[in-house]
Design a protein. Structure first.
Length: 321
C-alpha cells in the first residue's frame, strides 16, 4: 500500500496528539491533579470510536458529494499558497458556523451535547465526539467545493484543524503572547467553551481562530472571579453508553409531546436549548442578561455605599463647624 504525504502528515499529527495525551495523563496522576478518571476516559474513547464508525460509513458519500459539487465550482485558485490559506480560513469559519448552530438549535444540540457532557476537561475530552456530526457536517462544507477546493483537500484541511482543536482541551496554564491569544483559540478560550457557568454558556465556538467569536459577539474571556465548572447545566443521571448519546433526544421528544400547539413543537426543535413554551426554563442569553443586570445592580449599590461613606465625614465636619 502506498501512503501519500497527506496520509503521513495526518498520521504524524495524530501520533503527536496521542503522545501529548499520555504525557498529560502521567503528570495528572504524578501531581494528583485528578484531571482524569477511568470511567470518564473510557466514555471519551467509546464516543470517539462511535463517531469513527459513523465517519467511516459516511466517508464515501461525503467524498463523492463534495466531488460532485466541485464540478460546479465558481472559480479556481491557482496559487498554491493562496489556495491553502483561503481553504483553511474558509473551512475554519464554516466550522465556527456549524458549531454555533450546534449550540443555538436544539435539534443539533441534541447531537453535540455529548461533547460537553463530561465534568472533566483534558486532552481525551477532545475525542469525546459529537457522534452523529458526520451525518450532516458535509452540508456545511459544500460551499468549499463550489469555491474550487477538491474533496481530498477539504477533508485534509478539516483533519488538520480538528487536531489543533483537540490540543486546546487542557487545564494546564500556557502563557501565549497577547497577539496569539487575540487571533487563535487557546486552552483558556476553550475551557470557557466547556464551562456550565451561566456567563460562559455558548461562548468561544472557534476551532483554530478566535477571531470569528470576537467579530460575531460570541467571545468570552476566562475570568479568575468566575471559576469554571465543567459539564452541562443539568447533568444526565444515567451516563451509560446508550443514554450518554441519546439523553437529549429523549428530553427533546418529551418536550415536543407536551407542547400545546404545532408551532410550539417546531420551536422546541429549532429554538435554542432552554426555550420552553411556558417560560419554565430559559435560554442562555436570557440567563446571561439576568446575570449582567444583577451584577450591574450590585455594582451600583457598592458605588452608592462608597459615596455615602466618603460624604459622611464631610457632614460631620459641617455640623460641627
Amino acid at each position: 500500500m502506498k501512503y501519500t504525504g497527506s496520509d503521513i502528515s495526518v498520521g504524524a499529527l495524530f501520533g503527536f496528539v496521542i503522545v501529548l495525551t499520555l504525557v498529560e495523563m502521567y503528570f495528572s496522576y504524578a501531581h494528583d491533579r485528578k484531571l482524569y478518571t477511568k470511567r470518564d476516559t473510557w466514555t471519551n474513547i467509546y464516543l470517539m470510536v462511535s463517531a469513527i464508525v459513523i465517519n467511516l460509513g459516511m466517508k464515501t458519500a461525503t467524498f463523492f458529494l463534495l466531488e460532485y459539487c466541485y464540478q460546479f465550482r465558481l472559480f479556481q485558485i491557482s496559487n498554491i499558497w493562496i489556495y491553502w490559506t483561503v481553504l483553511i480560513l474558509a473551512q475554519d469559519f464554516l466550522y465556527w458556523f456549524l458549531h454555533t448552530v450546534g449550540h443555538y438549535v436544539r435539534f443539533f444540540w441534541a447531537m453535540h451535547v455529548t461533547h460537553h457532557s463530561s465534568e472533566h476537561f483534558n486532552l481525551t475530552t477532545g475525542f469525546r465526539s459529537t457522534v452523529f456530526e458526520p451525518l450532516y457536517r458535509v452540508f456545511f462544507y459544500l460551499p468549499l467545493a463550489f469555491m474550487g477546493f477538491t474533496a481530498m483537500d477539504i477533508l485534509f484541511a478539516y483533519l488538520v484543524t480538528q487536531i489543533y482543536g483537540n490540543l486546546v482541551h487542557t487545564q494546564y496554564q500556557i502563557n501565549f503572547p497577547k497577539w496569539y491569544e487575540y487571533v487563535f483559540v487557546t486552552p483558556s478560550h476553550h475551557r470557557v467553551h466547556h464551562a456550565s457557568n451561566v456567563r460562559y454558556l455558548d461562548k468561544n465556538m472557534g476551532m483554530v481562530l478566535i477571531l470569528w467569536d470576537r467579530w460575531f459577539g460570541t467571545f468570552q474571556a476566562e475570568l479568575p472571579e468566575d471559576v469554571i465548572k465543567y459539564g452541562l447545566t443539568t447533568q444526565p443521571k444515567d451516563t451509560g453508553p446508550v443514554n450518554i448519546i441519546f439523553h437529549e433526544f429523549i428530553s427533546l421528544t418529551a418536550d415536543v409531546k407536551k407542547a400545546p400547539t404545532f408551532m410550539d413543537k417546531v420551536k422546541y426543535i429549532l429554538n435554542p436549548p432552554g426555550w420552553s413554551h411556558d417560560g419554565s426554563t430559559k435560554i442562555a442569553k436570557i440567563m446571561q442578561q439576568e446575570l449582567h443586570d444583577a451584577e450591574e445592580l450590585e455594582k451600583q449599590t457598592k458605588d452608592s455605599k462608597k459615596v455615602k461613606d466618603i460624604n459622611e465625614p464631610q457632614r460631620d465636619l459641617s455640623s460641627t463647624g
